[in-house]
Ligand binder design. Sequence first.
Ligand code: 5GP
Length: 118
Amino acid sequence: SPAAYDDNNIFAKILRGEIPSHRVYEDEHTIAFMDVMPQAPGHVLVLPKAPSRNLLDADPATLTHAISVVQKIANAVKDVFDADGVFIAQFNEPAAGQTVFHLHFHVIPRHEGAALKP
Ligand code: 5GP
């Protein structure tokens, strides 16, 4: 069975305002803030406020809204960072590279010719 949601994960603390973040978007169901270790300038994380560990245990309504916010943020970072494209990433469980266990989407502006991380 999947691991339970842990209220002490770092993004839960950010959502509660216990740890600072550079927020760039917020609505009733979602927040977005800058990644503290950006893979490229303009690397934003989009999080549903609802407590799910990752995509695997999220409810469909949460996902539907979250992807619409991912789209908004993707267009915004593309404009603001004058990017040629936008990379979206999302990891589920440690085996897939997840390190923070509150569902989040990476939104990363990409420039033609810039080195891509694996
Ligand atoms: P993932 O779980 O998707 O593999 O990675 C979590 C992401 O969260 C990483 O890109 C990491 O840099 C970012 N991150 C980890 N801790 C913090 C934090 O305290 N603040 C912010 N803004 N980002 C964080």
